[in-house]
Ligand binder design. Structure first.
Ligand SMILES: [Zn+2]
Length: 430
């Protein structure tokens, strides 16, 4: 339970319910991907290829993977079944309402709450490698045949039976005008007056890699994100950052796990939109960018061998250069090292520097697969921005500081920063 003295987490905590729903849904992903080779290349058709055989050899020790029982893993490469995350990605977007929750205002205004900002967010975060194309071929509210309450959608609702029925009804209503084969994923923007306020319960959820989903035009609606009540904290920032629930939910569609846990955002703080999607804009971890194919092999350092190695990290928000150094500990875990600054999608950075975090591919979504190392422990952090986990806001290391895992003989030292803001790090391991 969260102490009452952390009111900014009050609204984040309910999101674990969405995680439970995702976990339930992802049994589909497991049932279809068990036995798949973890090293098989992704089936990307355009843009950068996420992980290919050409950089498999140099980076193989850093391509950690989880055991097959992990439903949604941080492992690289991402298992098949999710939507592709590079090149042109077409997002079919429908706005739905119900007789007991009729859409208020125009459906296109609801669309405008999320676009074009969501595709701009993806373009910025991916250095242009994800060309996100939202498409709303149905310009009005799509009225569902049953009242909202009849679908039984509540916190943690599994795919069956409520969501299956809802998807079937969406497909039936949209099919006359929509060719589902033309799209990589489905966004369902539910009228915000359906269900509880997001201040009380966040219903938003994604069912990813769901090959047992209803079929439309011969293809399963396998990757679908549902967004409900507005994540409006009353601070006045909704119009600026309220869209961020959608890039979070779409992150699942691309195979990213939840990084918040039952305790809230305390494991990763505001360093990844899969951890905190309320409040000020934020980016993804470099690990996630590698996983999504937005970094290529030349931008990754793999410090797998005993001895000392040196890297010059460039700010994660800027295109080009080395973005991520990984220090593998075993085939399932390791430390990631990256440089975070206040630019690009990272609006809330108050102590620029080198962020170090542990990635465990054997820990499932919502259970804490990533843990940020806080270089300034128990300080309360440097951010007072609403909905930003304050304690971890000052987590990065600045020149002169080191991270040490003495048990494993790993030391990571930030040596210096140059005039351009790049940071030199020294990694030693026995
Ligand atoms: Zn989530």
């Amino acid at each position: 339970m969260l102490p009452q003295s952390q009111p900014t987490n009050r609204r984040i905590r309910p999101r674990r319910v969405a995680a439970l729903a995702s976990v339930t849904a992802l049994t589909f992903a497991v049932s279809t991907s068990a036995g798949s080779g973890h090293l098989s290349p992704s089936t990307t058709t355009a843009g950068a290829t996420p992980v290919t055989a050409s950089h498999t050899s140099a980076l193989s020790a850093c391509m950690i993977s989880g055991s097959p029982v992990v439903q949604m893993s941080e492992g690289i490469p991402t298992l098949p079944g999710y939507a592709r995350s590079t090149g042109v990605v077409r997002a079919l977007t429908v706005m739905v309402d119900f007789s007991d929750a009729p859409g208020q205002g125009s459906a296109l205004d609801r669309f405008g709450e999320f676009f074009p900002r969501t595709q701009e967010w993806f373009r910025t975060s991916s250095y242009g490698r994800l060309d996100y194309r939202p498409d709303a071929p149905i310009r009005d509210w799509l009225r569902m045949p049953k009242p909202f309450r009849a679908y039984g959608i509540e916190r943690g609702a599994p795919f069956d039976p409520g969501y299956r029925t809802l998807v079937q009804d969406i497909v039936a209503a949209a099919d006359p005008t929509v060719d589902f084969r033309a799209y990589d994923l489905l966004n369902v923007l539910v009228t915000p007056n359906a269900g509880p306020s997001a201040l009380d319960t966040v219903l938003s959820v994604t069912f990813a890699g769901n090959t047992e989903a209803p079929i439309a035009d011969g293809v399963p609606v396998a990757n679908a994100s549902f967004v409900y009540s507005r994540q409006d904290d009353g601070s006045g920032s909704y119009t600026q950052t309220g869209y961020r629930v959608l890039p979070h939910e779409n992150g699942h569609v691309f195979g990213l796990p939840d990084l918040y846990t039952q305790e809230g955002g305390g494991a990763v703080g505001h360093w990844d939109i899969m951890s905190e999607d309320w409040g000020a804009n934020n980016d993804l971890l470099g690990w996630h960018k590698w996983k999504l194919g937005w970094l290529d092999g030349t931008q990754i350092g793999c410090a797998a061998l005993p001895g000392t190695s040196q890297y010059t990290l460039t700010p994660l928000a800027r295109a080009g250069g080395v973005k991520l150094v990984f220090v593998p500990v075993d085939p399932r875990t390791g430390y990631a090292v990256e440089l975070r600054t206040r630019e690009g999608n990272d609006e809330a950075v108050c102590r620029p520097g080198v962020l170090i975090y542990r990635v465990d591919a054997d820990i499932d979504t919502g259970m804490g697969p990533v843990t940020v190392y806080d270089s300034q422990h128990d300080t309360g952090g440097c951010s007072r921005s609403p909905n930003v986990h304050a304690e971890l806001s000052d987590a990065p290391l600045v020149p002169g500081e080191s991270f040490v895992d003495s048990r494993r003989g790993i030391r990571i030292t930030v040596v210096a920063a140059d005039a351009a803001g790049n940071h030199r790090v020294l990694i030693t391991r026995r």
